[in-house]
Structures are given as C-alpha cells and as structure tokens.
Design a protein around this ligand. Structure first.
Ligand SMILES: C=CC1=C(C)c2cc3[nH]c(cc4nc(cc5[nH]c(cc1n2)c(C)c5CCC(=O)O)C(CCC(=O)O)=C4C)c(C)c3C=C
Ligand SMILES: [Fe+2]
Length: 499
C-alpha cells in the first residue's frame, strides 16, 4: 500500500468558475464559504502543508453534468459568482501556497470509448451496466447485468458499423491523453507543476486504473465512482482533493468555442446567413424532468454565453439547439437533431453550421453521426451549404482555461477540515459533492466492475452469467404467462393453482 499522510481531508468544489464550499445544511462542517473571498488567510492558518501532503483535483471532461444535483444546490453555487475573480487576483500567492511542498495531481474524467471493434460489446456492457445509464426499480436491480448483456449484444452490430466507419475504434483515448499532456504543459508554463492522469468510466484507462497511479504518485478523486474508491481506502481517505464538476460557463471555454465558430463561418459563401446549429448529446427526458438533471439548463446557458460572445464580435447569426444520439425506446430531450434538420430544411434554411456542443473531443457522435448521417440528412432536406465546427481537442485557449480552472481550485483543496471519521462518512469531502452524489441515489457500493476481457468457456464468470440469463429467461416467461394466460405452466395446470 501507499504511504499515507495524516493531513486532514478537506475539499471544495469549483463549478465552472463559480465556487462554493458546501451547502449550508451541513452543520458539522463550518463552511469556509467562498475561501477566495473569505478564507485565504484561514487556509494559511489551518493548513500548513507538510512535505508528505498530496493534493488532487478531478476535472470532469465533458462539459456539464448529466444526472446531478438539486436545483437548490445549483442556486447555491451560483450565489458565489465573484469568487473566481477573487481567486484570480491572488494567483501568485496561491502558487506559493500550494506548489511549494505539495505534489499536485489532476485526474481528467471522461466516459471512454472502444479502441477496437472487439472492444465494442464489452464497452457497451460497461455502459449499460451502469445504473446511471439504465435505471431499474430497486426490485429489479438484479437484472441490471443480464439486461446490460442483452442490450449490449443487440446494440453491438450497429455500434460496430459506426466505429468501423471512423477507422475501427474511438479516438477518445488518444485525444484525451493529448489533452492531458497539453494541460500538464499549460500548468507548467503557469508555474504549477502537476501530473495529469486520465480516468475513463467505461473503457481503458478505467478510473480504477488511473486512481492507482494517481494515488501512488499524487492524489485524486470521479465523484460517485471515486467516492466509493476513496471511501474504502485508508490512504485515499486522508487525501486532500477537490472536484471541478463542470466548466461550461468558463470564459476561456466560451471564447474558444466562439473562435471556432467564427472561423468556420468564414468558409460559407454568405457567412451572415448561416444558421448556427448546436447539437448536444441527448439524455432521456426523465433524467431532467424526474431526476432533476440540470444538463438541459446548462446546455442552454452555455449556448447563450457563446452567442453573447459572438455578438460582442459583431456576429449575430440565428442559432438553434437540438439533441442527438438517442438510444432505446424512451423519450429523450427534444428537439431531436435529426427532426430539427428536416424542419430547418423545410423552412428554407440553406446554410447550416453544425456545432457539437457537449463534446470536447472528436468521437463517434461527431465523426460518424454528425459528419456522415446528419450531413446526408441535411443535404437531402434542402440544405445547400453544410459546415461543422471541430471539437475543441487541444485548442490552446481551452487548455489554458482548464489550467486556470485547476489553479483557481487550488485554494479549495483541503479548505474544509474534517476528521477521518467524518471523511469516511462523506467522501468526496465536499458537502456539495456529497449532495450531488446523494441526488443520484444513495447507495454507491454496487458499482459494476468493468469488464476488462471477456472470458469464454466454462469459467466462473460464465457460470454466473448463465445463471443470471436463466433467471431472466424464467422471469420473462412468467411475465408473458401471467399477461397472456398462456404457457407451459397453464398447459401443465400449475399456474391457475396460484390464482
Ligand atoms: C455528453 C456526453 C454524453 C452523454 C450525456 C451520454 C449519454 C448516453 N449515452 C448513451 C448510449 C451510448 N453512448 C455511447 C458512446 C458515447 N457516449 C458519449 C457521451 C455521452 N453519452 C461518449 C463520449 C461516447 C463514446 C464515443 C466514442 O467515440 O467512443 C454509445 C456507443 C456508441 C453508439 O452505439 O452510439 C452508446 C450506445 C446513453 C444510453 C446515454 C444516456 C443515458
Ligand atoms: Fe453516450
């Protein structure tokens, strides 16, 4: 195991430049509300870093949240809008404070994507086995994995076709690694040497793998998953860290997006007549309407900010937002990208600039869905001129802004002192993250382990799966029998006995 510093576990959440330090209803922790404004001196006093101290910052690599905290929490967070400015003005002090003795580690979190066609089905299994993606009622939770297995096997041929058309796999790992390297360099240029790690939720490098390296050499925290990893681990429980859960409204990010759009507009014959068409990854409607996911609100706000920035540059094109990539039979966020493209064509729009908005890297949804499927649909729908803004990747303003986000979050690392016992009860140690996680659902201890290699043959895993598949089959047969009144139990005269 790793050596463990005995520093108290403290942390703060930075939310896209608006910062807070735990909602007010966490009475045990006297919140250093907005440490930038109030508590810098207190940070000195409370936390003289020892040489063994380690600090970790987790940065979520997709823009906003999907499935996240209560509107109350969001309001609360937004109440601290001047915090980032206060932090920025004192950055040099912060460097001295945090860079001196501490090792800083940054963990970039993303979903991951299959690197080869053979990875597609197990990747899909990991995705659908996540209770955040397919939410089953508590009573049916035992069906999560058989269902994931079923859906992943059924979906795999379609997904494979998509991945085959973009070169046989997802470029996400490569791009995220490049972003990590660029972020490391940007931090170094800003006098904040740090190690940057990548942790993926559904494919390599899994967050579980990243955290091992991360915690050996520095420190770290991916919310729910990280929470469960942290909670169990003697070393990690003592680690100081903070989380940057979203950054869709950061100035650098907004400016970088505006610049990409501005440049792409110039390629059209009549730039001022182009419809700017933001396409965000969708989520099932119930996430937003029932589970309070602020994703839609965040996407809308993000677009408003980009359009405001463009307006400042004299660009006043019309714009629209739609949601892509829906999967399965349930209703997703509307309007849908494909339907909107057809409508725009019918309304006489002739020039369309597609802007992938919830993505910061090229992947299957941009390279195949937008570049091939939606482009074809647009041309068929009467659009004459089509363009697409590339995903940010390692765009310098964006990377530099991420580096600033990391630097701005430094004073929040360990800004709240709690005992180890308290830390164990509420990891990631920020009140707000705790609430955020609680908003998902309360139990985090049954996370599906990632499938690393699929085992064929009469293995323990095969036995388990066969057993579960059989249970599922029996359940389906029973349900069919009860609903239709026909089946082997009726034939054998067994079922009517239970009526
Ligand atoms: C903003 C990001 C994303 C959200 C929100 C999201 C929700 C979501 N996705 C699925 C189903 C699939 N996602 C797949 C791949 C995939 N999705 C994202 C991002 C978000 N998903 C990424 C980065 C990737 C990997 C892309 C790559 O290049 O590999 C897939 C597999 C691809 C396919 O067959 O289309 C599926 C399936 C659901 C059900 C969902 C919301 C609950
Ligand atoms: Fe997805």
């Amino acid at each position: 195991m790793w050596s463990s510093s005995q520093a108290s576990t403290r942390g703060v959440v930075e939310m896209g430049g608006r910062v807070e330090a735990g909602p007010s209803h966490f009475p045990k922790r006297p919140a250093p509300r907005n440490p930038a404004r109030v508590n810098l001196s207190r940070t000195h006093a409370v936390k003289p870093c020892s040489a063994g101290d380690r600090a970790g910052i987790s940065v979520k690599c997709n823009l906003g949240w999907s499935s996240q905290p209560s509107p109350d929490l969001k309001r609360h967070l937004r109440g601290f809008s001047s915090a980032s400015e206060a932090v920025l003005t004192s950055q040099s002090d912060l460097r001295k404070l945090f860079v001196g003795n501490e090792k800083i580690g940054v963990l970039l979190l993303n979903l991951g994507g299959p690197e080869t066609l053979d990875d597609v089905q197990p990747f899909l299994f990991n995705l659908f086995a996540d209770p955040d993606i397919i939410r089953l009622p508590r009573l049916f939770r035992f069906l999560q994995k058989p269902l994931a297995q079923f859906i992943s096997v059924v979906r795999a041929p379609k997904s494979k076709e998509g991945y085959a058309s973009i070169g046989g796999g997802s470029p996400l790992r490569q791009i995220t690694d490049a972003q990590a390297e660029a972020l490391k360099e940007a931090l170094c240029e800003k006098d904040v040497p740090a190690k940057v790690y990548v942790g993926m939720r559904y494919w390599h490098p899994f967050t579980e793998e990243a955290i091992q390296q991360f915690s050996i050499s520095t420190s770290g925290s991916s919310l729910r998953l990280l929470e469960s990893i942290f909670r169990e681990d003697e070393y990690l429980v003592n680690m100081q860290h903070t989380v940057i859960p979203s950054w869709y409204q950061r100035e650098g990010y907004i400016k970088a997006m505006a610049t990409l759009i501005e440049n792409e507009l110039t390629k059209f014959p009549e730039p001022q007549k182009v419809m700017i068409f933001f396409s965000a990854h969708g989520v099932p409607l119930a996430y937003v309407e029932e589970a309070g996911d602020p994703y839609k609100a965040e996407m809308e706000e993000c677009i408003d900010l980009i359009m405001e920035e463009l307006e400042k540059r004299g660009i006043t094109n019309p714009c629209t937002l739609a949601y892509q990539s829906r999967v399965g039979p349930v209703e997703w966020l509307k309007p849908y990208t494909d339907e909107t493209i057809v409508e725009l064509g019918q309304k006489g729009v002739k020039s369309l600039l597609a802007v992938p908005i919830s993505f910061v890297s090229e992947h299957i949804e941009t390279l195949e869905e937008i570049d091939v499927e939606y482009k074809e649909l647009a041309l068929e729908s009467g659009i004459k001129h089509w363009g697409r803004v590339s995903a940010l990747g390692c765009e310098p303003t964006f990377i530099s802004d991420l580096a600033d986000a990391v630097i701005e979050s430094l004073p929040y690392v360990g800004a709240m002192a709690v005992s180890n016992l308290e830390a164990r009860q509420s990891l990631v140690p920020l009140g707000s993250v705790e609430e955020l996680l609680a908003a998902y659902d309360s139990k985090r201890d049954e996370l599906p382990p990632p499938v690393i290699v699929w085992e064929w043959g009469w293995t323990k895993s095969a036995e388990t799966w066969n057993g579960r598949a059989a249970m599922l089959a029996v359940l389906v047969l029973l349900m069919l029998e009860v609903t239709t009144g026909e089946g082997f139990l009726h034939q054998w005269g067994i079922l009517p006995l239970f009526r």
